[in-house]
Ligand binder design. Structure first.
Ligand SMILES: C[S@@+](CC[C@H](N)C(=O)[O-])C[C@H]1O[C@@H](n2cnc3c(N)ncnc32)[C@H](O)[C@@H]1O
Length: 226
């Protein structure tokens, strides 16, 4: 996908809608064919455990999980006693049993996050385990501002993205995966600037190695400053 020319010809909103359809197709295919490697990845479990350490306050905190998928990684948050609202583009079959298991502690909503009309200033913590880095780059800023809008003042945001694997410490590469799904590799500089542009001050950073791919997850905790 030629992001530049598509943006110029069609306008960013149209590109974003077309791209959301592509994302839906890709993720639906991934879950249907058992190619959702992230659902069973030790590295993402480790990221979640690290982020849990930054959920300050007595449970139940109200946690928003953007791109919750099968909730495999969010289970630790639920087990810690927090209440989770999970949004996802598609509804994996496991959601039905998750609803029965967790009752009121887990609310699952099938919607693009961009279109979700949830409560503002309602959540103590927002989680994004591998969702932002697949969005269209034209949407990074508005996506993060939307995350901020749903958080309470001083709310925290735990973000996990692919880290740029090369030497460049300023600009990370954009990769393309199945169905044309984008995968942005962030440098710490880029991720920090993006978070700052949405009102977050970075409180903590962690890198977690993914042995199978010899790549690294970059996890950050941001806190709303205003
Ligand atoms: C890499 S998976 C990670 C899933 C989950 N966070 C985990 O840790 O297992 C990314 C998830 O984000 C969802 N997703 C991608 N773009 C989305 C969007 N714009 N709105 C809502 N969900 C989205 C996908 O359907 C997929 O389930």
């Amino acid at each position: 996908m030629d992001i530049e020319s598509s943006t110029q010809e069609d306008g960013s909103q149209k590109v974003a809608n077309d791209y959301l359809e592509l994302l839906k197709t890709s993720f639906e295919w991934r879950y249907r064919t058992g190619n959702d490697v992230w659902s069973h990845e030790k590295a993402l479990r480790a990221v979640t455990a690290w982020l849990l350490e930054h959920m300050d306050g007595h449970p139940p905190l109200k946690v928003l999980d953007v791109g919750i998928g099968t909730a495999c990684n969010t289970t630790a948050v639920l087990e810690a006693g927090h209440h989770v609202t999970g949004i996802d583009l598609i509804e994996p079959p496991v959601w039905e049993s998750l609803r029965q298991r967790w009752g009121d502690a887990l609310t699952l909503i099938c919607s693009p996050f961009q279109e979700w009309q949830g409560p503002k200033q309602a959540f103590d913590f927002a989680l994004d385990l591998g969702c932002l880095h697949h969005q269209h780059p034209a949407e990074y800023s508005s996506y993060l501002r939307k995350v901020a809008a749903h958080l309470k003042p001083q709310g925290r945001f735990g973000l996990c993205v692919y880290e740029e694997p090369g030497e460049n410490t300023e600009h990370g590469r954009m990769e393309t995966t199945d169905h044309g799904r984008l995968a942005k590799c962030f440098t710490l500089v880029e991720a920090g600037e993006l978070l700052a542009s949405a009102g977050f001050k970075v409180r903590a950073v962690q890198r977690i190695h993914r042995p199978a791919l010899d790549r690294v997850y970059l996890a950050l905790v941001g806190e709303l400053t205003a």
